[in-house]
Ligand binder design. Structure first.
Ligand SMILES: NC(=O)c1ccc[n+]([C@@H]2O[C@H](COP(=O)([O-])OP(=O)(O)OC[C@H]3O[C@@H](n4cnc5c(N)ncnc54)[C@H](O)[C@@H]3O)[C@@H](O)[C@H]2O)c1
Length: 312
């Protein structure tokens, strides 16, 4: 199978690429990959270093919205896994360029990777795939727009699109601007770690490896035109997450500064993932405390990866 992976140099996309090329994802053994990535914010070829020599990997350093490149790069591939995003209005246009190219190239499966952020915020319970999108931030609105565009290409043109919406991810190779690596790298550097908001924000945490297994199952067996949630294994307020990281690194609360500025943050996200469990047999495998410890060990062992990414 030949896969075109947009955003394959980013956090989740590069995990997917490394896992496929190591033959660790179900049903994708032997698959070859072309990564289409313009190495924008958080994208780096260093994320693909462990597989850079693989004969099954090609890299096209280009913008997904460049229609002269998208069709050319996509030709000869069986499926597209679309991770790329900068969370701006450009993402809707970029998705449309890729969807048009997928129609022309008669791609047999287009997996559009999305997030629970498109639903906004929920006080109790969890969103199902039938819940209405109600994004509350411009970046989530851009993401929701791209999702709707992908689903419209299925309804209007019959393009075999599957949309996945995942919970907040953690794991190795995540940019230190994000919550878990932001806390971990600051504490490893002996600096004060900044936690946005007042610490009460609640997220459902999904290990990047569990996310990528869910994406592989959606690619192989997901029904075209359907949305599948890929939920986390634990729901935590930020202050509880920070407490676990502090304990793991032997630091105290004096190392944390609450910024109080959480205006761009939904209070709580929660995805009901019953559908992917029932239809595709997915389950999260990484227990949260074990996954968090392994992630912290990875950051401790790889300062040469994250130090250049710290804000100056
Ligand atoms: N990080 C999370 O917690 C999370 C959770 C659920 C879903 N998602 C979704 O997964 C996808 C990947 O997220 P991530 O955290 O890996 O992001 P990331 O920022 O680490 O990676 C995005 C990648 O896309 C590339 N890119 C951006 N604009 C591009 C363009 N115009 N052309 C080509 N490449 C471009 C970047 O260079 C980067 O390599 C996104 O669609 C995101 O919405 C993320």
């Amino acid at each position: 199978m030949r896969l075109l992976v947009t955003g394959g140099a980013g956090f989740i996309g590069s995990h997917f690429v490394r896992a496929v090329l190591a033959d660790r994802l179900p049903g994708l053994a032997g698959a070859s990959i072309t990564v289409l990535d313009n190495l924008a914010y958080a994208g780096s070829f260093a994320n693909l270093a462990p597989v850079a020599e693989s004969e099954r990997l090609d890299f096209v350093p280009a913008d997904m919205a460049d229609d002269s490149v998208a069709g050319y790069a996509m030709r000869g591939h069986d499926a597209v896994i679309h991770f790329a995003g900068s969370r701006t209005g450009l993402d809707v246009h970029g998705a449309q360029v890729l969807l048009d190219a997928a129609l022309t190239c008669e791609i047999s499966r287009f997996i559009h990777i999305s997030t629970g952020e498109v639903y906004g915020t929920i006080d109790t319970g969890a969103w199902t795939e039938r819940s209405a999108v109600a994004p509350t931030t411009p970046r989530a609105a851009a993401k929701a727009g791209a999702d709707l565009m992908a689903l419209a290409y299925h309804r209007t043109h019959g393009l075999p699109v599957v949309v996945t919406r995942g919970s907040d991810n953690y794991g190795p190779y995540q940019d230190p601007g994000r919550t878990v690596p932001g806390l971990v790298t600051a504490l490893l550097e002996g600096r004060t770690a900044r936690l946005h908001g007042d610490g009460t924000r609640v997220r459902d945490w999904l290990h990047v490896d569990d996310h990528c297994r869910g994406i592989a199952l959606a690619l192989l067996d997901g029904r075209p035109g359907e949305i599948y949630h890929i939920g986390g294994s634990v729901e935590l307020a930020d202050r509880d997450l920070a407490g676990m990281i502090l304990a793991e690194l032997g630091a105290g609360w004096d190392a944390i500064e609450l910024t109080g500025n959480g205006k761009d943050q939904d209070h709580r996200h929660a995805l009901d993932d019953d559908k992917i469990r029932r239809e595709l047999g997915w389950r999260p495998r990484v227990e949260f405390t074990a996954g968090l410890s392994a992630t912290i060990r990875w950051y401790r062992a790889n300062p040469s990866w994250w130090r250049p990414l710290l804000p100056t």
